[in-house]
Write a new protein. Structure first.
Length: 203
């Protein structure tokens, strides 16, 4: 996994995800989104445009810290292109994705080589990824649709009522479509968030 990400300009920093990071972001509404862009597949120099706009969004939204580090969600236990594809099309028993800390190198190609690696998309110009700032201050998501690529930013997803409600639903219901380990991870994070909200005065 490290080699294709390195070729895309991402240096993996093992075992360095900050404590308390929310495990998953989903369920946000249009009111939660603040920033993003879209490009149709027929756009001239598509990969170049996607890379440029992604970097502008990463800088303006605060995705990158002062060392150009951030989090990217990668399939747990996956080490190869084929493994990533199996995860992408796998069933509910597939190990859930986890956050991995990375550093953006001077030379990078997120939307080209990164997307083609299957860790950050389907193939060049067709990205699919989830990224988050180390302090959870912004979540950036890229997806490919029928006609083009959409990238959006959700500031402070850990404060979004929509996101929190969705996580609570995932943690509460024993669904065959949700990996058990994944559900337990979400439940632990929600419990920790509740304790932090109470603070020392509530003990």
């Amino acid at each position: 996994m490290y080699r294709p990400l390195w070729r895309a300009g991402l240096e993996v920093i093992p075992d360095a995800v900050p404590d308390g990071v929310m495990p998953f972001v989903h369920g946000y509404g249009a009111e939660d989104v603040d920033g993003g862009f879209s490009h149709r597949y027929g756009t001239p120099r598509l990969v170049e445009r996607l890379n440029s706009d992604w970097y502008d969004l990463a800088v303006s939204s605060g995705l990158l810290d002062h060392r150009r580090e951030f989090l990217v969600q990668l399939p747990q236990g996956t080490r190869s292109h084929q493994g990533a594809l199996r995860h992408m099309h796998g069933d509910s028993d597939t190990a859930p994705a986890v956050w991995t800390r990375v550093r953006l190198l001077e030379r990078w190609d997120i939307m080209g080589r990164g997307a083609a690696s299957a860790f950050l998309g389907v193939h060049a110009g067709h990205p699919g990824f989830a990224m988050m700032a180390l302090d959870c201050s912004v979540y950036v998501h890229a997806s490919t649709g029928k006609v083009g690529v959409d990238v959006l930013a959700v500031p402070h997803p850990d404060r979004s009522e929509n996101v929190l409600r969705h996580l609570e639903q995932v943690a509460a219901y024993d669904s065959p479509y949700v990996n058990r380990e994944f559900r337990e991870r979400i439940a632990v994070w929600l419990a920790g968030r509740a304790l932090r909200a109470v603070g020392p005065s509530g003990r």
